[in-house]
Design a protein around this ligand. Sequence first.
Ligand code: CDP
Ligand code: CDP
Length: 230
Amino acid sequence: MKRLRVAIDGPAGAGKSTVAKRVAQRLGILYVDTGAMYRALTLKVIRNHIDFSDRDMVTDLAERTQILLQNSPSGQLVILDGEDVTEEIRTPSVTRAVSVISAIPGVRKHMVVKQRALASRQGVVMDGRDIGTYVLPDADVKIFLTASLRTRAERRFQDMLEKGYLVTLEEIEEEIRKRDELDSKRDIAPLEQASDAVLIDSTGLSIGQVVERILGICLNYLGTDRKGAE
Ligand code: CDP
Ligand code: CDP
């Protein structure tokens, strides 16, 4: 099969990682969670008590950090300097700080090099905020996945309750709103829909319905591409 490159972008809680994982599995290609990379670095910044506004220090730390995404039977593991931090990067303290850290130009530059290298070697489904617009502008399939703010907050709220966190729906909605705003307004590679991306609003759609729509777009692309080559 052609080395298909699928970019899935959108705001927090739209369902990107959940559907990207399944689409990658069905296509038999690698899933790359770019948000996990920014989260892992943010965890290290917090642990090292580095001032978030010290952009040079944070960039320097990024350059001295190894972040690996490893597939395992239980899902994708995030390895930070040899340590499994898969769970810890989802804590509220990391979530609150990640958009500030990811807006630092030196951090993005460093991460994007790694992300492009991954996609140059194999077919990928990559999810994030700037994949279709900046990381892989020539991706074969680009999806912009969204849902209403309330729906996204309700989904995240449910996830947090299941993990045992004591939070309110209003707090989650406010955190998501703030993060979306920071992600959309930053100077470098902000969150925005690529002009050639297919918009999918998942409000009221099941995970399965979203997965099937994206797979349909991928298979359509592969079919057209194959015909073009004949
Ligand atoms: O899963 P959730 O939507 O909460 O976020 P994520 O995908 O884990 O991404 C966490 C944060 O990383 C985002 O809010 C962005 O600030 C940043 N990010 C980014 O700037 N660019 C990407 N390609 C992916 C994530
Ligand atoms: O990666 P992103 O922040 O866009 O979303 P996620 O981490 O995949 O979280 C979305 C949550 O909503 C998960 O708990 C999914 O099970 C759920 N969900 C979904 O992803 N898609 C739907 N159409 C319905 C629910």
